[in-house]
Design a protein around this ligand. Sequence first.
Ligand SMILES: [Zn+2]
Ligand SMILES: [Zn+2]
Length: 107
Amino acid sequence: MDEPIPLEVRRLPEQRRLRLTWSDGHVGEYDYRYLRGWCPCAFCQGHGALALSFHEPAGEIDLAAVEVVGQYALGFRFSDGHGSGIYRFDLLRRLCPCPRCASGPVG
Ligand SMILES: [Zn+2]
Ligand SMILES: [Zn+2]
């Protein structure tokens, strides 16, 4: 089965959320602070970190820009100036905070 990919990426400025609509029909809304805290770059996670961990961002976070990286990831630039994280689609899907995903592995 093909990995789901985001078909639509929409910023919801009032909620400070990013809504991803996936190719399998799934929809997830990600708080900007949540995305920032999960930034997978080596600077945020520490070199050699084996597993990603959440790092609480300081202050309010806004999402300044979104770009598609190749065919496999999204890059986010945050209002604190940070923008080196590459969020692979499979990572974004694993991070999906919706109740269905948060309740445990699906299927
Ligand atoms: Zn980072
Ligand atoms: Zn979900």
